[in-house]
Every structure is written in C-alpha cells, then in structure tokens.
Write a protein that binds this ligand. Structure first.
Ligand SMILES: *[C@@H]1O[C@H](CO)[C@@H](O)[C@H](O)[C@H]1NC(C)=O
Ligand SMILES: *[C@@H]1O[C@H](CO)[C@@H](O)[C@H](O)[C@H]1NC(C)=O
Ligand SMILES: *[C@@H]1O[C@H](CO)[C@@H](O)[C@H](O)[C@H]1NC(C)=O
Ligand SMILES: *[C@@H]1O[C@H](CO)[C@@H](O)[C@H](O)[C@H]1NC(C)=O
Ligand SMILES: *[C@@H]1O[C@H](CO)[C@@H](O)[C@H](O)[C@H]1NC(C)=O
Ligand SMILES: *[C@@H]1O[C@H](CO)[C@@H](O)[C@H](O)[C@H]1NC(C)=O
Ligand SMILES: *[C@@H]1O[C@H](CO)[C@@H](O)[C@H](O)[C@H]1NC(C)=O
Length: 366
C-alpha cells in the first residue's frame, strides 16, 4: 500500500468516526431532504412567505426536534406546532436553534406539522432539522384533497392570537382532512392598487412566491413568480373571498366586476376544471343594525358571467348572515376565535351539502 493510499484510508476512518460521533448525538436533516413535505410558499433561501406556510414530517421513534433557523428568520416568527393532528400550539422561534416542545408523542410514527401563522414578520428560514438519535424520517403522504384559499384579513386570521391556524380557511381544510394553501393578506385589494400598505393587489400577488410584505423587507425586497407545479398535490378546490379593501378604497362596482372577471380567467388557466367557490362576504357588522354589505349584486354577476359561457364548475357561496356584531372584535369588526369557528361551521356544511365529504382519515396515519 502506498503512503498516499494509507493516509487516504486513515482519513476515511477518521471521517467515519466523526460521522458516527455526530450521529450518536442527533440525526441532522438538511432542508433539501426530499422527505420534508413543504406546504405553502417558500422561496429558494428557503424562507416562508404568506400565512400558513410550513412543513409536515412523518417521523419514526421521535423524542426531540430542534429547528435550526437562518438569518432570514423573523424576530420572532410565530409558529404553530401540531403533534399527530392535534390542535396547533403557539411557539415563537428566532434565528438559531429552537427546541420545539412536543406533547402527545406516540411510540410509533408521529406526524409533526409546523407553520408560520402570521401575515407579517412571518419568515421561517429553515437550515436543518435536528432529531434525536434513532429517529427516522418516513415519507409524508399528502391528502388527496387540497384547498386553495384566496382572501384578505378576514381569511388570514388577523387579530387572532394564533393567526391563520385559528382562521376559517385553515379550520375548513382541517375538517375535511385536506392539504391547504392560504394566499390571504390583511388590507389587500383584489384590484392592482396600493391598499393599506399592500403595494400590489391580489390579481398580481397571487401569482408570486412572496406576499406583499416583500416591499418592507430589506433582505428580500423583490418578488419572483410562483411555480404552481410546486403545489403538491395541485389544489382540488378553490375558495375566494375578497373585496372588502377594494370597497374601502372606493373601487367602483363596475371596475371591481371587471377585475374579478379578469382574475378568474387567470385562475382558470391554473385550475382548469377544479370547482371555484366565490364567497359573497358577510359584510361589515354594525352595533345598531345588520352588517353592511359591499358590491351588492356583483358577486352573483361574476359567477353568472362565467356560467353563461359554459363554466360549469363555479359556485356562489352566500355568506350573508354568517357573522354579526356579536361574532367580531368591536375595535376592528374582524371575527373573533369563536366567529371563525362559526364561519367554519357554515362553510363546511355548505360544502357537504354541495357534495364534498371529509376524508375518513389522514393519508399519513399518526
Ligand atoms: C382543539 O380546539 C378546539 C377549538 O378550536 C376545541 O374545541 C378542542 O377542545 C381542542 N382540543 C383539545 C384536545 O384541546
Ligand atoms: C410571540 O411574540 C409575540 C410578539 O412578537 C407576542 O405577542 C406573543 O405573545 C408571543 N407568543 C408566545 C407563545 O410566546
Ligand atoms: C429508537 O432509538 C433508539 C436510540 O435512541 C434505538 O435504541 C432504538 O432501536 C430505536 N427504535 C426504533 C424502532 O428504531
Ligand atoms: C382594509 O384592510 C385593513 C387592514 O387589514 C383593515 O383594517 C380595514 O378594516 C379594511 N378596510 C376596509 C374598509 O375594508
Ligand atoms: C424596497 O424597494 C422600493 C423600490 O423598489 C423602495 O421604495 C423601498 O423603500 C424598499 N424598501 C426597503 C425596506 O428596502
Ligand atoms: C371613499 O369615499 C368616501 C366617501 O366619499 C370618502 O370619505 C373616503 O375618504 C374615500 N376613501 C378613499 C380611500 O379614497
Ligand atoms: C344571500 O342571502 C341573503 C340572506 O338570506 C339574501 O337576502 C340574498 O338575496 C342572498 N343573495 C343571493 C345573491 O343569493
């Protein structure tokens, strides 16, 4: 054996020893591991944008989990953590190592879901996931049902303690044991206008990786197109509730109608056959009368327009009466935790009457 070969062999032994020492401490999963099931919108950093973005893991023999987060992480980023499909609990994470509290672990496989619940300062920059020695990542099989929600603050869960994890879109997906993507941003209009700090409307931003807060982010002050092939599985049901902030910015009914029509034409290119549910919003509740609606007559005209030229899979969901003053925070007229549960009850019943059935169990059992 030549001297060179010998030293190569020696350093190979040293490397093997180092690796086994490391693995005795923990199992380190790099962010690019294909067994991490990502949901929502992540850029290539990788960093989360849009509320509800996160990941799901199926882990055998799990006892501890540490998230190592990079410099693009918000300070803090508010996360929701769910063990084996239980309720999400709040956890504030920051750059560096975050030991995630896990309660309710089972002895066999465990499904862990972690997402960012906010709509601003909502960046989780994942570097590695560190698991206990002996833990093993297994594939996470997504549900065959997948919702795409599109909306504003009323869908994003603004003002709720645990953000989107307590909001009706997310709760609706949970009820049906479905995957979910929630493109919802407080203050956003559908129209391409600067609305309450959102420099773009949903008609533009929906098609981007980043939410509208990119504009205020000195580390990432630009947007990139979203590659819809990364939504896996592709959405099977699309739900849209929007217009409050167009109305708040005095966008006329005819302009809003035209924008909605154009938006749905673009949506149909991505979701050619999926059912589209257009929600006629419940309006702004008031202490001394019924809620005041906006764009009266327009939502049904939008649906009728598409139906008139043969779109057979678009439905008006009339949410009039779903929410009243007792269901909102008086200071901002947004639904409370209980208000969001009420909306979830109405919408899930509506969808069941329409013909959707909840999965009997999650595709990845816990
Ligand atoms: C989970 O949350 C719901 C309401 O969001 C509540 O009714 C239920 O009791 C909670 N379950 C547990 C186990 O805490
Ligand atoms: C997380 O941080 C926010 C402030 O950024 C705070 O309002 C909230 O109470 C914290 N939540 C937890 C669970 O510590
Ligand atoms: C679980 O991990 C421990 C080490 O922490 C190991 O001894 C055990 O064999 C593992 N069990 C399984 C089922 O992999
Ligand atoms: C528009 O959005 C802002 C921010 O979410 C919200 O506070 C406000 O109530 C909305 N205003 C109107 C008129 O829709
Ligand atoms: C982001 O870029 C725009 C110009 O494109 C600029 O007006 C804005 O101040 C920038 N914001 C930050 C936080 O860098
Ligand atoms: C919308 O119109 C109302 C009534 O004319 C006016 O008071 C309000 O300032 C306008 N809002 C905006 C954002 O232009
Ligand atoms: C929506 O529901 C309300 C209350 O039931 C009703 O008055 C209204 O006509 C409905 N609108 C449409 C377009 O069906």
């Amino acid at each position: 054996m030549s001297r060179n070969h010998f030293s190569a062999l020696l350093s190979g032994v040293a490397l093997a020893l180092t690796l086994s020492t490391l693995s005795a401490a923990s199992v380190v999963i790099p962010y690019a591991d294909p067994l991490i099931y990502y949901n929502g919108r992540w850029d290539s950093t990788p960093e989360t944008w849009w509320t509800g973005s996160g990941f799901k893991l199926n882990v055998q023999n799990l006892s501890s989990l540490t998230l190592n987060l990079g410099p693009y992480t918000s300070d803090p980023v508010q996360l929701g953590v769910s063990v084996n499909y239980g309720n999400f609990t709040a956890y504030n994470a920051t750059q560096g190592a975050n030991v995630i509290p896990l309660t309710g672990l089972a002895s066999g496989d465990n499904v862990i879901r972690i997402n960012s619940v906010g709509w601003e300062s909502n960046h989780m920059n994942l570097e590695t996931i560190e698991l206990n020695d002996g833990a093993e990542l297994l594939p996470y099989e997504p549900s065959k049902l997948a919702f795409q929600f599109i909306g504003d603050s009323l869908s994003a869960g603004q003002y709720l303690p645990n953000g989107v994890d307590q909001a009706w879109p997310f709760l609706t997906a949970e009820y049906f044991k479905a995957e979910h993507n929630v493109q919802a941003q407080p203050g956003i209009a559908l129209s391409e206008i600067d609305s309450y700090g959102n420099v773009n409307g949903m008609t533009y931003q929906f098609f981007r990786t980043e939410d509208t807060q990119f504009y205020y982010d000195p580390l990432h002050n630009y947007t990139t197109p979203w590659d819809f092939k990364r939504d896996y599985p592709a959405a099977t049901h699309v739900v849209c509730m929007i217009g409050a902030n167009d109305s708040g910015n005095n966008v006329t009914s005819s302009a809003f109608y035209q924008t909605y029509i154009n938006f749905l034409a673009k949506i149909r290119l991505i979701y050619p056959v999926q059912p589209l549910f257009i929600i006629l919003p419940w309006g702004w509740p008031s202490a001394d009368g019924p809620p005041s609606p906006y764009y009266v007559g327009i939502y049904e005209q939008v649906v009728n327009y598409r139906t008139s030229f043969g779109d057979k899979n678009i439905y008006l969901v009339n949410a009039t009466g779903w929410i009243d003053y007792s269901d909102v925070y008086p200071a901002n007229l947004h639904p409370t935790v209980e208000g969001h549960e009420k909306v979830t009850g109405y919408l899930t019943s509506w969808l069941e009457n329409w013909g959707l059935t909840a999965e009997s169990s999650w595709a990845t059992p816990a």
